[in-house]
Each structure stands twice: as C-alpha cells, then as structure tokens.
Design a protein around this ligand. Structure first.
Ligand code: ASP
Length: 614
C-alpha cells in the first residue's frame, strides 16, 4: 500500500498519528528553511511540512507541480488554520518521502479557476479531470446513475444489454456505420437508441427493462449535443400512458431526492402539446415563471381548438385594421414583462435589436408601456387609441408598470421568436434560477410531421409510436398521400395525436417516449404512411413485424437524456462538463485526434476505397 489515508480525511483528532499519503503536488512554497507542499488526490488536499532536515534531499530531488509524491509523517495541529478545507486544521510533519513519478509542467493550472481555455483543457482532458470542478460533475453523474439504478431495481426492472453492432433504427438522425470485414461491402449501424431491442424484450416477456446505454447519432451538432450520448432507456409491458407517467415521474423525483436532497412532492403538471405551443411557443416550456403568450392573431388551422380566443382578441374585429404590420401578419403574439414600463428608449431599442438578430429573425418589435399612472405609451400610438392599447395590454394580463412586447409575422417564426423572447426576458429578470426545479409532462403530440422536401409524412417521435386509440381508425381509413402540399394541415393525418409524452425540466426535454404499436397490421400501416414500400419495410424491420406475430404484449417506454439531466441538476448549460471524455462542437475528440484516417491495410481488409484523404 502506498498510503494509510487519503488527502481528504485527516483532521485534528488524528493529531499524533504517523501516516502515509500519496498524491499530486499542487503547490510548493518555500519559507526559509522549511517547505510547504499541498498534496492533492481525489478526496482533497493536505498540507505537508518539510523541515530543515529534509532540505538536502529536497535540493537533490526538487518537487514540481503535479509530481506524484508519497510521504510519511506525523499529523500535527496547524497554527495557521485554513477554515475552507476539511483538512485545514492539520499538517503532516514529514519524516521521509519518495517521488513516485515526475511531471512535465502542466499546460494550465489544475485549480478551480484554471487559466486553461476550452481547447487546451479538452486536449489534456486527463489533467482537466483532476480539477475539482470537473470531478464534482462526475461525482454528480455517478450519483444520478446510482439513484436511477436503485429505483429501477426496486421496481423490478432488469438491466439487459443490447448490441451496438446492429441494423439501422430510425430515430430521426443519420446513422454512424461500421464496415464489416467479414462481410465485405456490408455495414453495421450503431444504434441511435435500443428502441427495437427493448420492444423485442417485451415480446420475450421481460416486462420491465432498463439500461444506462450509449446511443449514437450522426447529427449536425448544436451547442448542447454529442454524437455519442447516454440514455436511461426503459420499457414496460402491459402498461398505458398513465402507468408510464407515474412510474417515471417517481424516478425523477427519487433522483432529485437522492442527488440534491430535494423533496418534490407535488404531482408533475401536465400540458397538451397544443397548449404548450399556444401558451409558451414551444414544446418544452420553462414553467418556473409565467409570462404566458397572449395570442392576438393566429392561424386557426394550427390551433383548431382556439376559435373562441380569436373571436375575443382585441385584434379580432374591424377596428384592428389599419396597422399594416398586424394586418398582413399571420400571427400576432405578445408577452408582458414586469417592471418594463420604466425601460428607457435605449433599452427598448436594444430589445428590438435582439429580436432582429438572425437567430431570432423578426423584422421588429412593437411595445406598450403600461404606466403606473394608468397611461399607455406605445410605439403604435399613431395606429391605436388608448382604449385599444389598453385592450391589447389587457389580453396579456399586463399590470400597471409592465411593458407589453408584441411580435408579428409568419406563424412558425413568430411563435419561435416569442418563445425565445420570453426566455430571454425571464433570464434578464433572474427568473430562471438554476437551483429551482420544475417538471412538466407534455402530452398529445401530433403523430406525424409533414416533410416539405420529400412531400411526405414523417414520424414525429419514431415509427413505433402508436396513435391515440381514438385516432387509429383515422389512420387506417385514410390514404396518406398529400395531394396539395400547401394544404397539408387539412389532411386528416395532420390532426392524429400520438400516444407519446415528453418530460421537461426547466425548459429542457429530459426524456421522451411513447406507447408502442404492437400489432403487425398497424405497424405495417405506419410504415406505409411514412412512404415505405412493403419490401423496404420487410427488409428493414422484418424482424419486428415477425415478432409481432408471436404474442406481442401491449407495451410502452421512455428514455431519459442522462447527460442533460446531470447537467441541469449540476446547474450547468453544457452536457460536455458532465462527460468524462466528450467531443467538441465539430464532433472531434481533440485529445485522441479522432476521427482520423486509417491504415491502407485496414482499408484493404475492409475492401473500402476512400474518395478523399487516406
Ligand atoms: N427510443 C426513444 C428515443 O431515443 C425513446 C423511447 O421512445 O423510448 O427518443
């Protein structure tokens, strides 16, 4: 054994004991004849004191940062105590030491506030991982993992591994593929998720399955995505949506409790997809704050259930006419921001610039300041009288002292923009606190989405998701063909709802799943609706269709984005901070320098010729 204790455990009560420690040299400080060394390991930092008697030995074996040191000595009370660390009351009076390994000068400081930039820290990730900040994240990740496993085990779930070298499972992304040397010209796909396997396990009778599993998706990487990421993947047989919601909101609450000591006792709120879009402009609303959208004008074919609102809108009658920006817009939406009536011209200009940024893409912003003195000042004074301004502000629920921000334009862009604006204003007001947690189930998603490029329906979740029971006949009885692309929203398929659900935490989708199709005929109909020929469906999914003929039980499941869940619980925006060896935004591992070219010989064995570099 190299050590009797770790660098995080010795305290005043150990004074007088002879101990051995091993770890990395954080700092070396020489004061006249004595030398102080901070020794660090995973558990903490302990101060070592080298007396005059060791000077000669230190001179011939000088210590440097990150040297691996073993030292033996006596625990002794420190005169100058450090209250910030658990071992701060003691130091070790060193009797002997040995340098187990030297270190080159590290490229950045291994401290909480490091001087290393992102790229450098990624290149030397093994050094970055020594830093407290990163270590804490990995600790949290392990705690989440353990908590989930404990809960699922207690609930009778089996952890069953599924293969990585498989045939494509469509989850809406491109597959990573692996060439087969033994079957030249043929490829495996890496799983985008274990979706079909977990369904097969249900057919096999393993009615509660889970796995903490890597998934692979070859997508263009947005800020918070990784080409390989981890899911807590789950499936159950003989369940309906309600059973799944109950089982898995309890899982998240258990994780909250185990990892953050948080008692989340209230039931998780539920909202339909249509109401989420209507009230918040997106399907993963952050409900830690209100600031709901007021829909002043909107296309009825998108929000079929909202006709009454249109009739009551202050822009819904004749007197609204005259302001061309609103008259020509498909959608006019507004939010009211508390305290905004005091905004200066500079501030409103800045918000206007914000919505005009290319990422948001609006042409402009209208506003109404609801003065505390009962007045309404607006950028649209010329077009609307005080009565009308008051009515518009009233529709947003604005109070005296608020500012009403109004956006107008095409439905999709405007709704997205108002959703972003709502989040941005809440952030500015400090309403998005990282230590406050609010869960939400989003239900009743559309089953299909229309893909303009290929003029066909695509599955919004994935092709194994079942329609709501009341919509099954609509799907069976109607031809999926879209005759008039411009009027796809009028096709009966546009209104079919999925038996699918997402769980949202603080405005992030942390999990999603569905009740599955389990009859061959309906699954075949689904493949056909997605534009697959019978042959293609058989070629790709013959195994699943076959399995459905041998007593497939009703089943459903969910998968959680494990990395993201950890990041949110850790109060971070980035999942990368919670992955030991992540890729950068271009999907590269800069430490390994992967991806990279492979040897000619390997290519020959695989019978692959590359068109580009080799
Ligand atoms: N396989 C799905 C996904 O990765 C989750 C599920 O439907 O269970 O999103």
């Amino acid at each position: 054994m190299y050590r009797t204790h770790t660098c995080g455990e010795l305290k005043l009560e150990n004074a007088g004991q002879t101990v051995e420690l091993a770890g990395w040299v954080q700092t070396v400080r020489k004061f006249g004849a004595i030398t102080f060394v901070d020794l660090r390991d995973r558990y903490g930092i302990t101060q070592l004191l080298f007396g005059e008697d060791l000077n000669a030995q230190l001179e011939s074996n000088p210590l440097g940062r990150e040297f691996v040191l073993q030292a033996k000595g006596t625990v002794s009370e420190r005169s100058n105590k450090n209250k910030n660390i658990p071992t701060g009351g003691i130091e070790i009076l060193i009797q002997s030491f040995s340098i187990l390994n030297k270190s080159a000068v590290p490229p950045f400081t291994i401290q909480d506030d490091t001087d290393g930039g992102d790229d450098l820290r990624m290149k030397y990730r093994y050094l970055d991982l020594r830093r407290n900040a990163v270590k804490k994240n990995l600790e949290l990740r392990y705690a989440v993992n353990r908590s989930a496993r404990n809960y699922l085990h207690e609930q009778g779930f089996y952890d069953i591994e599924t293969p990585f070298l498989i045939k494509s499972t469509p989850e809406g992304a491109r597959d990573f593929v692996v060439p087969s040397r033994m079957n030249p010209g043929e490829f495996y796909a890496l799983p985008q998720s274990p979706q079909t396997f977990k369904q097969l396990l249900m057919v096999s009778g393993y009615d509660r399955y889970y796995q903490v599993v890597k998934c692979f998706r070859d997508e263009d990487l947005r800020a918070d995505r990784q080409p390989e990421f981890t899911q807590i993947d789950c499936e159950m047989a003989f369940v309906e949506q309600e059973d799944i919601l109950n089982m898995f909101e309890a899982l998240v609450k258990r994780i909250f409790k185990d990892v953050r000591g948080l008692d989340y006792t209230e039931p998780v709120e539920r909202i339909s997809w249509e109401d989420a879009m209507w009230n918040y402009g997106n399907d993963k609303p952050d409900i830690r704050f209100g600031m709901k959208i007021a829909n002043l004008k909107f296309p009825l074919h998108v929000f079929t259930s909202k006709i009454a609102f249109l009739q009551n809108s202050p822009l819904g009658d004749e007197s609204a006419a005259g302001f061309a920006v609103f008259d020509s817009a498909e959608t006019v939406v507004a939010i009211s921001v508390p305290g905004g009536s005091e905004y200066s011209r500079k501030q409103t200009d800045e918000i206007t610039e914000w919505v005009k940024r290319p990422q948001i893409g609006m042409k402009g912003l209208a506003f109404i300041k609801c003065g505390t003195d009962g007045t309404y000042k607006s950028s649209m004074d010329k077009f609307f009288d005080a009565e009308k301004l008051k009515a518009i502000a009233g529709a947003t629920g604005a109070q005296a002292g608020d500012i009403v921000l109004i956006l107008a334009g095409n439905e999709e862009r405007t709704r997205k923009a108002v959703s972003e604006l709502r989040l941005e204003m809440a952030k500015r007001l400090g309403l998005r606190k990282s230590n406050e947690f609010k869960l939400l189930w989003v239900l009743d998603f559309p089953l299909f989405e229309y893909d303009e490029e290929s003029n066909r329906w695509v599955a919004r979740h994935h092709p194994f998701t079942s329609p709501k029971p009341q919509d099954i006949q609509v799907m069976i009885n109607n031809d999926p063909a879209i005759k008039d692309a411009a009027k796809y929203l009028e096709h009966p398929y546009a209104n079919i709802k999925a038996n699918a659900y997402d769980i949202v935490l603080n405005g992030n989708e942390i999990g999603g799943g569905s009740i599955r199709i389990y009859q061959r005929a309906l699954q075949e109909k689904m493949f056909a609706a997605l534009g697959m020929s019978k042959e293609e469906a058989l070629h790709k999914f013959g195994f699943l269709l076959g399995a459905f003929e041998y007593g497939a039980p009703p089943h459903g499941g969910i998968a959680f984005g494990f990395d993201r869940l950890c990041a949110i619980l850790g109060g971070s925006e980035s999942i990368r901070d919670f992955i030991a060896f992540p890729k950068n935004n271009s999907g590269r591992d800069v430490m390994l320098d992967a991806p990279s070219t492979i040897d000619k010989k390997q290519l020959e064995e695989l019978q692959i010729k590359t068109a580009g570099k080799s």
